[in-house]
Design a protein around this ligand. Structure first.
Ligand SMILES: [Zn+2]
Length: 111
């Protein structure tokens, strides 16, 4: 049976599988490819965030000593820096990874 291409069906820009237009995002990526990009971007964001936490902690440790007077302030600052960098890096990584493309997810045999 020949696959009939309805007007509302588009190919995913990454894996090339046909999807109804409503399931693709505005750059024509299917939910599975998009999910893979988000997974990778989240991982990059976590690594960068964690590296920042380590560097900041070491910096504070060497600058103000192991028992700073405003320890709570530093901890809050480090946590805030983590979340800020995590979100920022994830956003940037998302665009970079998407620009490069990801290996198409393996076809699932569901149903
Ligand atoms: Zn796809």
């Amino acid at each position: 049976m020949k696959i009939s291409w309805r007007e509302s069906e588009f190919e995913c820009s990454n894996c090339g599988r046909p999807y109804p237009g409503s399931r693709l995002d505005r750059r024509l990526w299917c939910p599975e490819c998009r999910g893979e990009v988000i997974r990778r971007a989240t991982r990059v964001g976590r690594v960068v965030g964690l590296a920042t936490v380590i560097i900041l902690s070491l910096w504070i440790y060497t600058m103000v000593g192991p028992t700073p007077r405003f320890l709570v302030v530093y901890v809050v600052m480090i946590v805030a820096a983590y979340f800020f960098l995590f979100k920022l890096t994830r956003r940037v990584a998302f665009e970079v990874i998407r620009g490069r493309g990801v290996p198409p997810p393996l076809p699932r045999e569901d149903g």
